[in-house]
Design a protein around this ligand. Structure first.
Ligand code: SF4
Ligand code: SF4
Length: 159
């Protein structure tokens, strides 16, 4: 999740239409960068690396709200969670890839356009949930209940 992702209103503010088609990621303003996050929550799943490849699990960060797919401690997340990652350009380009392949940052950096369900296209934050691309209504477990992450690997198509 990225800074200031909190409500529908962020997609109703004024911004240059289709700014993501006119600029590369490293040219975006901080506000534009934040708008790109679709709020799917999938970067807050625990992952394990096996033989040089990142595998996602269905174990969510204990601070991720599974209904809204938002972080419950957003302002203090880096203090509270040692391995909470900031979504930077370096993180987007990191190999092996650890962001889901639907992540707007990864899509744009790899030459794809935003998908038609993206809130910047629809103007509505809920469209990511309606398209079943977020973690909402998925079979998740809190990381605090996990004994062995290898028992929680998932191969969802949108990871
Ligand atoms: S995976 Fe990407 S688009 Fe989805 S919440 Fe994380 S940063 Fe935002
Ligand atoms: S603290 Fe957890 S839920 Fe919050 S942004 Fe970091 S990984 Fe996601």
């Amino acid at each position: 999740m990225t800074d200031d992702f909190d409500s529908q209103t962020r997609f109703q503010q004024k911004y240059d239409p289709e700014f993501w088609k006119k600029k590369s990621l490293d040219e975006m303003t901080p506000a534009e960068w934040e708008l790109l996050c679709d709020g799917c929550g999938k970067c807050c799943l625990n992952k394990i690396e096996i033989k040089g490849k990142i595998h996602f699990t269905n174990a969510r960060c204990r601070f991720l709200d599974p209904q809204t797919c938002l972080c419950r401690i957003y302002e203090n997340r880096f203090d509270a969670v040692d391995d909470c990652r900031s979504i930077t350009l370096e993180a987007v380009r990191e190999k092996p890839r650890w962001l889901p392949k639907t992540c707007a940052y990864w899509l744009l950096d790899n030459g794809y356009d935003l998908p038609d369900w993206h809130p910047l296209i629809t103007g509505r934050a809920d469209s990511v949930h309606e398209a079943s691309v977020s973690l909402k209504n998925r079979d998740l477990i809190s990381e605090s209940e996990v004994k062995n992450y290898e028992n929680h690997l998932v191969d969802w198509q949108d990871l």
